[in-house]
Ligand binder design. Structure first.
Ligand code: PMP
Length: 354
C-alpha cells in the first residue's frame, strides 16, 4: 500500500519573510475574543483529562443547530472524523468514491484502510453528481463530498446533494464534509444537516478551524445516525479534544457577532478578489466560482501558475500551488485581510504584466 503524505500549507517564504500567509484557509480576522478568554481560563488543572464525551460542547452544538446531542461526534479537527469514518466503513475490497480535485485527506483516509479509491470526474472543477453516481459499483461503501470543495471552492446546491443521496444505495455512506459551510451565501446552508437528521446513511462533518478561527485548537464535529456515530466511537482515541479546545469552541459558538463579521468580510473580499481576477482574463487568469474562504485561480495564458507561485513567494505572499493534486496550472489563494487581498491582487497584476 502506497500512501502519499498530506502536505500542509507553508507558513514562511524561502527567505523567512512573510507579507501574507494565504495558503491554509485560516481566518484572517483571528478568533473570537470570547473564545480566547475561555481558552486561557481553561488552561488550569493540567493534570486532569478532558471530558471524553465532550458533553458541554455537544449540548452547545445541539442547542445552536437544533440537533440531537447523542448523534454528535467530535474529533481532533474534522480530519480525525474523516479518518474515523473511513476506518469504520471501508476496508480491503471496498471502494471509496470522491471527486477529482477532492480534499487531499480523502486518499490518505481511504488508503490506510486498505480500500480502493475511485475518482469521479469533475465538471469544470465542480462536483458532478452524475459522474459520482456512474462510479458506484457493488463494492462502493463510502462517498466523500466536500461542499464547498477544497481546493476548488465550488459548491453543489442542496438539490444536487439530494439527487446524489437519492441515487445511492442505502448501504453506501455519504459523507458531506462541511468544513467551509459557514461561508456559503444564501439560505440553503443547512440542507446537509436536515439530510443527516432524516437519513440513516449520511454523516456531516464540520469544523471550528475556519470561520470560528480555532485551527490551532483542532476541534471538529460531525452529525449522523446513531449506528454511524457508534461505529466511529468504537475506533476513536478517547481524549482527542482538549479541555481548552472544548471551552474555546463553546465560547466561539456564542459569539455570533464575530461570525457575522467574519462572514461579511469574506463575502465582500471574495467577490472583489474574483472580479479582479476576471479583469486579468485577457492575461489568461480565471477565478473558479467559490463559496469558500479561498479562490482557485487557473492560469491559461503566458504566466504559468508555477511562475506566479514563485513570484508571489518572492514578494512575501504564501499561496498554495498544488501540482501533486493534479493542479499544476492553478493556485489556491485564501481570502485575507483587506490589505492582504488588495496587495496580492496588485502583485498578481504585476506578474501578469497587466
Ligand atoms: N475538510 C476540508 C474540505 C478541509 O479543507 C479541511 C481543512 N484543510 C478539513 C476538512 C479539516 O479541517 P480540520 O481538521 O482543521 O477541521
Amino acid at each position: 500500500m502506497e500512501i502519499a503524505p498530506y502536505i500542509p500549507g507553508r507558513s514562511t517564504t524561502d527567505d523567512g519573510r512573510k507579507v501574507a500567509k494565504l495558503s491554509s484557509n485560516e481566518n484572517p480576522l483571528g478568533s473570537s475574543p470570547r473564545a480566547r478568554e475561555a481558552f486561557a481560563s481553561a488552561a488550569t488543572n493540567l493534570e486532569r483529562y478532558p471530558d471524553a464525551g465532550a458533553t458541554a460542547l455537544r449540548e452547545a452544538l445541539a442547542a445552536k443547530h437544533g440537533l440531537d446531542p447523542t448523534r454528535i461526534i467530535y474529533g481532533n479537527g474534522s480530519d480525525e472524523l474523516l479518518n474515523l469514518v473511513a476506518g469504520a466503513f471501508a476496508g480491503p475490497g471496498d471502494e471509496v468514491i470522491y471527486v477529482n480535485y477532492g480534499f487531499a485527506v480523502y486518499p490518505i483516509a481511504t488508503r490506510r484502510t486498505g480500500a480502493t479509491p475511485v475518482i469521479a470526474a469533475d465538471k469544470d472543477y465542480a462536483t458532478d453528481v452524475d459522474a459520482i453516481l456512474a462510479a458506484v459499483t457493488d463494492r462502493t461503501t463510502l462517498v466523500f463530498v466536500a461542499n464547498p470543495n477544497n481546493p476548488t471552492g465550488t459548491y453543489a446546491p442542496r438539490s444536487e446533494i439530494e439527487r446524489l443521496h437519492a441515487g445511492l444505495r442505502d448501504d453506501i455512506l455519504l459523507v458531506l464534509d462541511h468544513a467551509y459551510s459557514e461561508y456559503i451565501e444564501g439560505a440553503d446552508n443547512d440542507g446537509a444537516m436536515e439530510l443527516a437528521a432524516r437519513a440513516d446513511n449520511v454523516l456531516v462533518t464540520r469544523t471550528f478551524s475556519k470561520m470560528y478561527g480555532l485551527a490551532a485548537e483542532r476541534i471538529g464535529w460531525g452529525y449522523g445516525a446513531a449506528p454511524i456515530i457508534e461505529a466511529m466511537h468504537r475506533i476513536r482515541l478517547p481524549f482527542s479534544v482538549t479541555i481548552a479546545g472544548q471551552a474555546a469552541a463553546i465560547a466561539a459558538l456564542g459569539d455570533t457577532d464575530f461570525v457575522a463579521h467574519a462572514a461579511a468580510h469574506n463575502a465582500k473580499w471574495r467577490a472583489w478578489f474574483s472580479e479582479e481576477i476576471a479583469k486579468l482574463g485577457n492575461d489568461g487568469l480565471r477565478a473558479i466560482p467559490s463559496q469558500a474562504n479561498f479562490v482557485l485561480v487557473v492560469f491559461e495564458g503566458e504566466l504559468t501558475a508555477e511562475a506566479a507561485y514563485k513570484g508571489l513567494m518572492d514578494a512575501g505572499y504564501i499561496v498554495r500551488w498544488l501540482p501533486g493534486q493534479g493542479l499544476p496550472h492553478a493556485l489556491r489563494i485564501t481570502i485575507g485581510t483587506e490589505d492582504e487581498t488588495k496587495s496580492v491582487i496588485a502583485a498578481l497584476r504585476q506578474l501578469a504584466g497587466a
